[in-house]
Design a protein around this ligand. Sequence first.
Ligand code: GDP
Ligand code: MG
Length: 283
Amino acid sequence: MSTQAESSTGIRLVALAGNPNCGKTSVFNALTGSRQRVGNYPGITVERIEGTMDLPDGSRVRVLDLPGSYSFLAASDDERIARDALLGLAGMERPDAVIAVVDASNLERNLYFATQLFESGLPICIALNMCDVAERHGVPVDAEELERVLEVPVVPVHGRDGANIDRLKEALLRARSPGRRWTMPREGEELLGNVREAVEAAGIVPNGAAEGEALRLLTHAEDDDPFLERGGEALQGAVREARKSLEEQGIDREALEAECRYAVCNDFARQVRKMHTEPGPSN
Ligand code: GDP
Ligand code: MG
């Protein structure tokens, strides 16, 4: 068996991302077996856990187990590291693809982060974990339906016992970007478009990640955010204008992203919960 360091689809480094406790490390262990090593991220003491895995096309690629994260719009230190790692910022190597680990028993909240990952610009596939727990709670998730809804490959796995890990590796070779687009009300979309153009012109994040960065700057960033500074006067002006316009329309900028995305994710979750057959009239 050959062991080229790059997959047939150009993957050399893949990152595992997801909420805390969704099973990332379990999936990571199932993917990499004992081929792991622990280091540090540049300049910080958080452990950086990397391993290698063999893909069905004969490649051996590197896998990174990222710190857990509830938001790609980065608030905590762990979240910032996960975000910087996915964007290849702060001296880190940008991955070529991402496996989003989604806890099926906590679907809405996990989809919130997974759909944010669509805006990283990286090809993505989803490991739907904790299916046994969702089933036990009486709310099993239809993985095929979730794949149809999200427009990226979805594989149900069991992180702890490694079930379906080979299927997950196959799905990684079909990873795609950007996945299902969620939308805000039209006013928000227009303003986001303006900021996105300014982000693209400023070149502060990799190609493909401008949308997510524009969203972050518009809805979440503080005035002294380093990326605003880096983007220069044109970007600062665009963000200022867009925020002012939201304010004039009485739209809370932080709530804008969270509320709209949650509404979309709640709807996705409703679509993919396997319906139990209602008892018929004769029962
Ligand atoms: P991380 O914080 O995302 O890295 O999550 P871990 O991999 O540490 O998993 C959190 C807990 O869930 C651990 O106790 C795992 O053994 C358990 N776990 C992981 N995957 C599964 C699964 O598919 N089903 C069940 N029931 N437990 C799991
Ligand atoms: Mg972990």
